[in-house]
Design a protein around this ligand. Structure first.
Ligand code: MLT
Length: 240
């Protein structure tokens, strides 16, 4: 298995995904929300890049048929049903619902990876199951897309990518194909990896400062183990 790691959604925009499996990570908080919503029984999550696109998809599917969800600058979007706090995506709120999700970086990264043979979604909540699926399916070329924040690499995404690499290295002998991917995977050798390192992330601090501390604790929860792997279907919907 070859493993490449990309630092941002913007880097993914210029990458040739043909013949590859993309694994998109946005720990704080988009891919944690997607994993949590599907784990809570949402029928699908439709990731879209812009707020306008979200409203127009909601109009075409029927506004009462969907939940409009996401954030801009970490806060809920006016006129939307829910923000981007994963622990609010409870079964009583989202079961059997179609969620239209737009976020600042995570849904852009998913969009940028659309040309991959398969697009999977990973977070700290489900990375073990993503690793197991990649091994079971004997995937030859994996590209881990870290979403980053506003075009800059984000520590929390690198930590999750390193967890995924470390898990794959325990059960197979992957070939890490670039110096950037090697440097991310080496994070796994640091003292306190990974949980003591999350608070060093800039977006962690931004979310804490904005009153979303419960969210970062939820997204970096060492005991979480959601047994599902969201994947992007040809119809543009993420399903378990
Ligand atoms: C993003 O896509 O940038 C994030 O999910 C931002 C956030 O929710 O804080």
């Amino acid at each position: 298995m070859n493993i490449e790691i990309l630092p941002t959604a913007q880097a993914a925009r210029n990458y040739d995904f043909q013949g590859k499996t993309a694994v998109v990570i946005d720990v704080f908080r988009a891919t944690s929300v997607i994993t949590t919503a599907l784990n809570a029984g949402a029928s699908a999550v439709i990731p879209v890049a812009t707020v306008d696109e979200a409203f127009s998809r909601a109009d075409s599917l029927g506004r009462s048929e969907v939940l409009l969800c996401g954030e801009r600058n970490a806060d809920p979007i006016p006129g939307f049903d829910m923000g981007n706090s994963p622990q609010l995506y409870l079964p009583e709120r989202v079961a059997r619902k179609t969620i239209i999700l737009t976020t600042t970086n995570g849904t852009l990264a998913i969009d940028a990876a659309r040309s991959a043979d398969k697009v999977l979604v990973a977070s700290m909540l489900n990375y073990r199951h993503v690793a197991a699926l990649l091994v079971t399916d004997a995937v030859a070329d994996v590209v881990i897309v870290c979403s980053g924040t506003d075009g800059v690499p984000a520590l929390e995404d690198s930590l999750c990518a390193a967890m995924l690499c470390a898990t794959l290295q325990r059960v197979s002998s992957p070939n890490i194909v670039s110096d950037y991917a090697t440097s991310v995977s080496l994070l796994a050798q640091l003292d306190g990896f990974p949980y003591r390192l999350f608070p060093l992330s800039r977006h962690y601090q931004t979310l804490v400062d904005k009153g979303y501390k419960d969210d970062v604790l939820f997204c970096a929860n060492p005991d979480a183990d959601f047994n599902l792997v969201p994947h992007l279907s040809p119809d543009g919907r993420l399903r378990p």
